[in-house]
Ligand binder design. Sequence first.
Ligand code: FBP
Length: 276
Amino acid sequence: MNYSPTYNEVGKRIRLSRILRNDRAVVFAFDHGVEHGPSDFPPEHVNPRVILEKVVDAGVDAIMMLPGIARLTWDIWGNKTALIIKVTSKTNLRPKDERLLQSPFGFVEDAVALGADAVAATVYWGSQYEDLMLQRWFTIRDAAETYGLPCLQLAYPRGPAIANRYDVEIVRYGARAAAESGADLIKTYYTGSLETFREVVKAASGVPVLMSGGPRREKEIDFLRDVWNVIQAGGKGVVVGRNVFQHKNPKAMIKAVKAVVHENKTPEEAVKLLEQ
Ligand SMILES: O=P(O)(O)OC[C@H]1O[C@](O)(COP(=O)(O)O)[C@@H](O)[C@@H]1O
């Protein structure tokens, strides 16, 4: 008997294919306005329309942002890139010990209304608020499932018992926990080498893993090498913010990252796109 997929399964598959193009993705992370504050942006990129125009022109596959900014910039990304709506966030205005918790920042229904291809939510594995974040994760995932929306989990291990959040044992634990919690896409930290990131991919048990860009690298080639290692390790791409919007030429940076992720160019070949 032929198995017919459910409506949700069809919806998730189609939406996921808009983000993972030929099984790879370059996603622009743009939720920093809340998570870090406007001080994260160089003056010319405080205006979201300016930086989004650049990354859309550069052909980024998807943009991850909070509902409010998506609403204010729809004419720039609409029908041009895939859209991932993050529905959790937190500010650094909070008391320090409350920053390991992300609060609801919109609803899955907002993502549906905006025409999103996925929702995203953060889980700080190891946080003293892990239990609360998991309750929120499963509520989000449950609603997303109903609407046929894939769920990207920002699986960020951090908490009082975690000395080094980038250690492979910690990162791969978070990736495995993300897979076990039903994430359709996992975004997590780079572990510093191809070999260690391969362990993260294995722990993710077949769920696509995307590297979180992290703080801006001094040299672009170093970032491109990290991306290249992630791809060689079986990762499916990158979700990058600061290494693009803090760069003097975000368009060229997106194109260089795409060259590594989608065209299998080496970092040395890709970095030439920044010298043009
Ligand atoms: O690791 P931090 O400082 O909490 O940064 C979280 C930020 O990093 C991201 O996960 C990825 O963006 P970056 O490429 O700038 O690291 C953002 O989505 C998020 O706002």
